[in-house]
Design a protein around this ligand. Structure first.
Ligand SMILES: *[C@@H]1O[C@H](CO)[C@@H](O)[C@H](O)[C@H]1NC(C)=O
Ligand SMILES: *[C@@H]1O[C@H](CO)[C@@H](O)[C@H](O)[C@H]1NC(C)=O
Ligand SMILES: *[C@@H]1O[C@H](CO)[C@@H](O)[C@H](O)[C@H]1NC(C)=O
Ligand SMILES: *[C@@H]1O[C@H](CO)[C@@H](O)[C@H](O)[C@H]1NC(C)=O
Ligand SMILES: *[C@@H]1O[C@H](CO)[C@@H](O)[C@H](O)[C@H]1NC(C)=O
Ligand SMILES: *[C@@H]1O[C@H](CO)[C@@H](O)[C@H](O)[C@H]1NC(C)=O
Ligand SMILES: *[C@@H]1O[C@H](CO)[C@@H](O)[C@H](O)[C@H]1NC(C)=O
Ligand SMILES: *[C@@H]1O[C@H](CO)[C@@H](O)[C@H](O)[C@H]1NC(C)=O
Ligand SMILES: *[C@@H]1O[C@H](CO)[C@@H](O)[C@H](O)[C@H]1NC(C)=O
Length: 770
């Protein structure tokens, strides 16, 4: 017996030994890594080895990929531009202490590190961060690594990695896209930290600038209003005499997230691993919009997403080629409207532009210890100086930045950006006063429209209030009957559509009929046999929502519908398919609703919106539970109402969906100011003189209560009416970005899905990253 046991043990040891040795994380000078083995980092997160792309099977590469996820996702490639053509090449450490890819049969070196630092015994180790490091056997201090793969990134920016300059070593860590998803060779799409006097980060397409972050203004990159860090991503930028780099880490280490350069789409994407769907999901992308694209409006042009068209000449400038400009060919940009004579009294002056992304810094100069007054003087002195600004906007602002020649890539940032002083003919700067007079006229209009919007709101909530509290009310009944006629049904039963006819209407759910995709599934455009255009929401097949819940939801949608909102025409529940069929609307429903009330303010036709919004409403007004999970409740309307209320008080339009921890939108902005005890700043300046401060503040307060993340934290519409009409004390709002709230355990699971889906781009948007 004992003999057998020993035999089994020995054979087991023998059997497992190779595997055991394969699962090491280190190679030494005596033990190269052969093509058929891999290194696995200690915690099992990353694996290093040789791989072959599916489409170019003749090529072999040494790479690092995630060990912990089933889809092989390569994050680093050693020999991306010099593929191996055999399978006998090894990863070895030379006697000089360099890591090499070497074929021992013919001594051909495919790739090599080039460290010159000497160490007695050198080992290479794959760390759990995904970093392959070459170091002295006994020295684990990162400062003393002889070489590390994090210093030579491929297309992927991982947590813990530095993207940008080590000025002492003259090392710039640049991200370069793969040629395509299956070809690791260097593409022409790169992300580079430019270290000038006034450093910023750019994306290049070939040698042409494609996107820029704007310079670091002390708190953030000027063109990226997102806060540097949030509850999910801890984002750091270091800018000093030795270094200029960006870095991030995930606060929750179990969230797998990376940033890549994607040359297929020419975007920088943050991708986050979704453990439920076992897929990577895009959390954010840069450039994020048309105004993000480099120099959309040309020299002295300004890009404003809320305008249509988005490009304007800066005040005091006119299109260089009016003909091209009206055809929306903005490349030639703008020129001074009137000639200014350099340093000539009464001919030369500056005009202040607020909330702008600082222009391209390629031709700029900075002195961090000068005051704004000294800065102005400095700029006035030099006739090629076109603008000046504080280089650091913290506090009152400090430092001096000046720009020479054409001012490129300026955009308006609704809640961020900085003040920029641009050189103009004195008479143009004097226009300011005229403008102010004009704007007082505008004020009256704005106030008038605000009043009408308040009336509109009143009507909206009275309407909703009645609908929910008093279903027997005759008027409400008529309203609902209007809907019913439409669907030709008795009670609230919705017509059931036949799967085959919907499949036919959407050309079998073909991709070119796809209008977009939401958290709950794709939406297709279709045409019914009678010619009616419809939008078909195909609820994710993976959705665990039961039939009963689905039906409830459909009923609720049907009940909620208003004749001016998008109509649900019917549904289809057949086999595994759950489909909702909506009336197709080319425009946004809520806007249309408001136009009924004769309000034009909300209706910038050019606004960027989520694809889904074409079907169900403007993203900006959607409650998060609906936008992300497709769960619609009575409280979802309360959210939209709150948002509208905040828009009215601030006179600003919310342009985007509210992601958790994103302070870069109206709700986040309102909350920040509220939290800082500064809600007055939120009030539309054109309302300041005319409104009763107390009432405006109460509106903000109620608005914040309505946009609470969790529907249970929102008042119902009936309470809103009461709250708006009395002066009783109000409950304190919580942070509407729910991640910082206490999350009850019952919400834990949905919270988790949500996290991985919506990791905020913040980081992305900032440096190298989105
Ligand atoms: C890898 O290949 C070498 C030589 O071809 C062989 O000796 C070794 O056993 C192989 N290792 C594994 C784990 O297959
Ligand atoms: C290398 O490739 C040859 C020919 O394709 C094959 O016979 C051999 O087994 C491979 N060796 C290893 C270690 O994979
Ligand atoms: C080796 O040095 C050259 C020139 O200094 C550099 O271009 C190359 O990227 C380096 N290679 C590695 C693998 O570090
Ligand atoms: C770029 O992104 C698209 C969509 O997410 C994806 O299909 C494609 O494979 C990506 N390309 C690369 C090079 O990663
Ligand atoms: C964020 O990262 C910085 C630098 O990496 C670190 O000092 C800081 O403690 C981190 N903060 C949090 C909340 O993790
Ligand atoms: C340009 O200047 C003229 C006066 O010379 C003025 O009438 C006109 O409004 C200005 N245009 C712009 C766009 O500022
Ligand atoms: C107008 O645009 C065309 C095409 O971009 C360009 O060739 C032409 O020079 C432009 N005209 C002027 C007056 O700049
Ligand atoms: C920066 O400004 C300070 C204060 O005006 C001045 O003393 C210093 O010489 C300036 N530095 C440079 C490099 O111009
Ligand atoms: C003005 O600034 C430009 C750009 O820095 C410089 O080349 C030029 O010499 C300066 N001119 C004067 C008079 O200082």
């Amino acid at each position: 017996m004992a003999f057998f046991a020993i035999l089994i043990l020995v054979s087991k040891l023998l059997l497992f030994f190779p595997k055991f040795s394969a699962a090491t994380d280190t190679i030494t000078q005596f033990e190269p890594l052969e093509d058929n083995t891999t290194l696995v980092s200690k915690g099992g997160t990353f694996e290093l080895g040789f791989f072959t792309p599916a489409s170019i099977s003749s090529n072999r590469y040494l790479g690092i990929w995630y060990k912990s996820i089933p889809i092989r996702t390569v994050v680093w490639v050693a020999n991306r531009d010099n593929p191996i053509k055999d399978n006998s090449t090894e990863l070895a450490i030379t006697t000089e202490g360099n890591l090499v890819l070497l074929n021992p049969n013919n001594n051909i070196v495919i790739w090599s590190t080039n460290t010159t630092t000497k160490a007695s015994v050198v080992v290479a180790q794959l760390l759990d961060s995904g970093n392959l490091v070459l170091r002295d056997e006994k020295d684990t201090d990162p400062e003393n690594y002889l070489w590390q793969s994090f210093d030579y990134p491929s297309d992927t920016f991982l947590p813990g990695m530095k993207a940008g300059w080590d000025l002492k070593k003259g090392l710039n860590r640049v991200l370069t896209a793969w040629k395509n998803w299956d070809d690791p060779s260097s593409g022409d799409f790169r992300d580079i930290a430019l270290h000038t006097n006034y450093p910023e980060e750019v994306m290049l397409k070939g040698t042409t600038k494609y996107w820029r972050s704007g310079p670091w203004d002390g708190t953030k990159f000027s063109g990226n209003p997102s806060v540097p860090s949030n509850a999910i991503v801890n984002y750091t930028v270091v800018s000093n005499n030795d270094e200029f780099y960006a870095m991030y880490s995930m606060t929750d280490k179990s969230v797998i997230s990376r940033i890549i350069m994607n040359q297929t789409l020419y975007v920088r994407q943050r991708l986050t691993w979704n453990t439920d769907s076992q897929m990577w999901r895009v959390s954010s992308e840069l450039p994020g919009d048309l105004c993000d694209r480099y120099n959309t409006c040309g020299a002295f042009g300004i890009c404003d997403l809320s305008e249509a068209p988005v490009c304007k000449c800066l005040d005091g400038f006119k299109p260089k080629s009016p003909r091209n400009w009206t055809q929306m060919n903005w490349n030639q940009g703008c020129v001074h409207n009137q000639t200014w004579s350099c340093r000539e009294k009464n001919k030369d002056g500056f005009k202040k532009f607020s909330n702008v992304k600082a222009p391209d810094t390629e031709r700029s100069w900075v002195n961090a210890s000068m005051t704004l007054e000294e800065c102005k003087h400095k700029c006035t002195e030099n006739c090629s100086c076109m603008a000046y600004a504080n280089s650091d906007i913290r506090g009152e602002g400090s430092g001096c930045a000046i720009w020479f020649g054409d001012l490129l890539d300026i955009r308006l940032m609704s809640n961020a950006g900085q003040d920029l002083y641009i050189r103009l003919a004195m008479s143009e700067t004097a226009h300011q006063n005229q403008d102010e007079k004009d704007s007082s006229k505008k004020k009256v209009v704005v106030i008038a429209s605000s009043i009408s919007s308040v009336i509109a709101m009143l009507l909206i909530f009275i309407f909703i209030y009645w609908r929910y509290t008093n279903k027997n009310n005759v008027w409400v009944k008529t309203e609902i009957e209007g809907t019913k006629n439409q669907s030709q049904q008795e009670d609230f039963e919705l017509p059931l559509f036949d799967l085959a006819s919907i499949a036919h209407a959407t050309s079998n759910f073909s991709n070119d009929k796809k209008l977009g995709e939401g958290g709950f599934g794709p939406v297709y455009k279709g045409t019914l046999p009678n010619g009616q255009e419809v939008a078909v929401k195909r609820l994710s097949q993976t959705s665990r929502q039961g039939l009963k819940e689905f039906k409830n939801e459909v009923m609720l949608c049907a009940e909620l519908q208003h004749r001016n909102l998008v109509k649900v025409l019917g549904c289809c529940i057949q086999d595994d398919e759950k489909l909702l069929i909506y009336e197709y609307m080319a425009n946004k429903s809520l806007d249309v609703f408001l136009f009924d009330f004769g309000l034009a303010r909300m209706c910038g036709g050019d606004q960027i919106e989520g694809e889904t919004s074409r079907v169900v409403g403007t993203y900006g007004y959607m409650a998060p539970e609906y936008a992300f999970d497709g769960i619609f409740s009575i409280k979802s309307d309360v959210f939209s109402f709150g948002e509208l209320l905040l828009e009215i008080v601030s006179g600003k339009k919310n342009s985007r969906l509210f992601y958790p921890n994103d302070y870069n939108n109206l709700i986040g902005h309102a909350w920040m100011l509220w939290k800082e005890g500064n809600p007055m700043q939120f009030i539309d300046t054109s309302l300041e003189d005319s409104c009763i401060l107390y009432e405006a503040l109460r509106c903000i307060h109620i608005g914040l209560l309505c946009v609470q993340h969790h529907p249970n934290d929102r008042p119902n519409m009936a309470s809103v009416v009461v709250l708006l009409s009395n002066e009783n004390a109000l409950p304190l709002p919580k942070d509407p970005s729910y991640l910082s709230n206490d999350i009850s355990t019952e919400r834990e699971s949905s919270f988790k899905n949500f996290t991985s889906f919506s990791i905020n781009d913040v980081t992305m948007s900032m440096m190298s990253a989105k």
